[in-house]
Ligand binder design. Sequence first.
Ligand code: PEP
Length: 248
Amino acid sequence: MRQTIVAGNWKMNASKESVNTLVLGILSGMADVESKVIVCAPFPYLSQAEALVTHSQLHVGAQNLNISASGAFTGEVSAGMIKDFGVGYVIVGHSERRSLYGETDAIVAEKVQIALDNGLTPLFCIGELLEERESGNTEIVVSRQINAVIDLVGIEAFKNIIVAYEPVWAIGTGVTATPQQAQDTHAFIRSLLAVHDSDIAQSTPILYGGSMNPENAEELIGCEDIDGGLIGGASLKADDFLRICKAG
Ligand code: PEP
């Protein structure tokens, strides 16, 4: 039985005031939430968010990491630094990182490995572009993305990895994959893991991301192979986010 996981990706949206309001708002409604809940904050707010969630069931994640431990990488943040703040999770390979910052499958795989080496749980994102879906290549694309990581870190490492399937055409667009489209791709992703180890395939959480909101969350998370959500826009309002957390 896989626990439902709901993670909020705040992207580059935060201020000291909004982080306080949002985290305290989420905490105030957590009593009847059974899902594991993670909020992924921009780097400058990790420490503030981490302090606010102390002794609660809310977890904090980062949104990116650099593959080097330290050195002359101006503007970058290492896995060790993230861990130093007591943060346990990090988003890796989000489609915005892939498209805007040139992160290839190989770089994403290295980032997954560095996160794991530093005791961070990667929220490892995969997903196809609209043209890739329309040309019938979704399975080829997600296979390539998943296999790049399996080849580098091995299937055993998936005991500590959360996969997030995020069709790029559904991210921030208001267009959600239908439950059937999402379920079919989730089942396919699980089958890719099962080629290597069926127990690990069964226990790996696979979240859906892409315009999930309080109205569609229950139906999506209700699908057999959908174990929760990675939420962008709807994670910025405590009430909406909590409604999704309670859908699981
Ligand atoms: C995301 O950025 O991971 C995401 C799923 O965004 P949204 O929920 O806004 O589509």
